[in-house]
Design a protein around this ligand. Structure first.
Ligand SMILES: *Cc1c(COP(=O)(O)O)cnc(C)c1O
Length: 391
């Protein structure tokens, strides 16, 4: 097995292989729901409900274990847990660690499902929630200092690729005795390792970069053995278990993560620079651009700037809609982090759920478009954007 010093490219190919493997290079899919015990004493040990990959498949299985080991290594975590979706990971963390009377701090701008957990679900169970502007580090620190049990951050986040200062949040959480959690989906561990900045737990929608092919819904929680064990106890009761075949697909997707992410990073930077100079574009939001208001923070806490950016088209809602509809290589579809480039007209996406004032509060201008770059050739993506803007 490679040492911790080996590069992530190598870890992704080898870190899950062990002496127990048979001679197959491709890992097996462990479809079995249940596992035989050798004798009564072993059965009693298996049934103690400690985390065990060979007991009953809702508790985990050997295919999960291999994919989880890869993500744990990439994040620099002791261990990781797979879940049936990114929301399955986030809900397991929040429901596993928070209880009635606890205070939780989160951002005003989170993934929509996460916002729903903080504003609708957790308050019903007696958790007090304070939402803070992620770019206002002093306000975040102050909110954590008011007795928080848990703080959740997401960086970069939708829709304007705003960052949260991971190190400062982690220090404030430590001082307050709060658990800090970072959603690392947009950056992915090759561009940003929140645990290295002192954050306690990382969650992922593995549906995005980790899976990488728009063919799989999965989630990951990574952190210390003690915290992940507590969260795992929650997942076996909540039932957000990933299927064995999907764990295998995730493992297969992970093998090429470093190649895909390197290309997506390059493509996003090329698109950001190109559109920043384009007369039909009003603004570009990308942490890798010198013009991003938090570019210095991006350089300090990210090693790459990711494949996602957003732009404001010069013009109104209708003009923006025409631009998105005319794109040929960028497909108009939600999600990100896969091999295909995708575009989302942000205002169109929330038109059914937010009114104009709520849209403005969420930073969603009528001309805002999110571009998630895939792994196509940059020249072709630029040409596609140019033809759609020219029309
Ligand atoms: C997609 C996404 C989620 C939710 O993940 P699912 O796999 O769809 O459940 C959570 N956080 C972020 C940042 C996401 O992009």
């Amino acid at each position: 097995m490679p040492t911790a010093r080996e590069r992530s490219d190598t870890l992704l190919i080898h870190a899950d292989r062990g002496p127990g493997d048979d001679r197959a290079l491709a890992p097996p899919i462990h479809a079995s729901v249940t596992y035989a015990a050798g004798d009564a004493r072993e059965f009693a040990e298996m049934a103690t409900r400690a985390r065990h990959p060979r007991f009953y498949a809702r508790y985990g299985n050997p295919t999960h274990e291999r994919a989880a080991r890869l993500v744990a290594q990439l994040e620099g975590a002791e261990t990781a847990l797979l879940t049936a979706s990114g929301m399955g990971a986030i809900s397991a963390v929040l429901l596993g660690l928070l209880g009635a009377g606890d205070r939780a701090v989160a951002q005003t701008s989170h993934y929509m499902g996460t916002t729903q957990l903080f504003t609708e679900l957790l308050p019903r169970f007696g958790v007090q929630v304070e939402l803070v502007d992620q770019a206002d580090t002093a306000a975040l620190v102050a909110a954590i200092g008011r007795g928080a049990r848990l703080v959740m951050v997401e960086t970069p986040s939708n829709p304007t690729m705003t960052l949260t200062d991971l190190r400062t949040v982690a220090e404030a959480a430590r001082a307050a005795g709060a658990v800090s959690v970072a959603d690392n989906t947009f950056a992915c561990p090759l561009n940003q390792q929140p645990l290295a900045h002192g954050i306690d737990l990382v969650v992922h929608s593995a549906t995005k970069y980790l899976g990488g092919h728009h063919d799989l819904i999965a989630g990951v929680v990574a952190g210390s053995e003690a915290l992940v064990e507590r969260i795992w106890r929650g997942t076996i009761a909540l039932g957000s278990t990933l299927g064995a075949f999907d764990a295998w697909l995730l493992l297969r997707g992970l093998r090429t993560l470093s190649l895909r992410v390197a290309r997506a990073n390059e493509n996003a930077l090329a698109v950001a620079r190109h559109l920043e100079a384009h007369p039909a574009i009003e603004a570009v939001h990308y942490p890798g651009l010198e013009s991003h208001p938090q570019h210095a923070l991006a350089r300090a806490q990210m090693s790459g700037f990711g494949g996602v950016l957003s732009v404001r088209v010069r013009g109104d809602y209708a003009r923006t809609e025409r631009f998105v509809s005319r794109l040929r290589l960028f497909t108009q579809a939600v999600s990100l982090g896969g091999i295909e480039s995708l575009a989302v007209h942000a205002a169109a996406m929330v038109a059914g759920t937010l009114d104009d004032a709520q849209m403005r509060a969420a930073g969603i201008a009528p001309n805002l478009v999110r571009l998630a770059c895939g792994i196509e050739a940059a020249e072709d993506l630029l040409a596609d954007l140019d033809q759609a803007l020219a029309a």
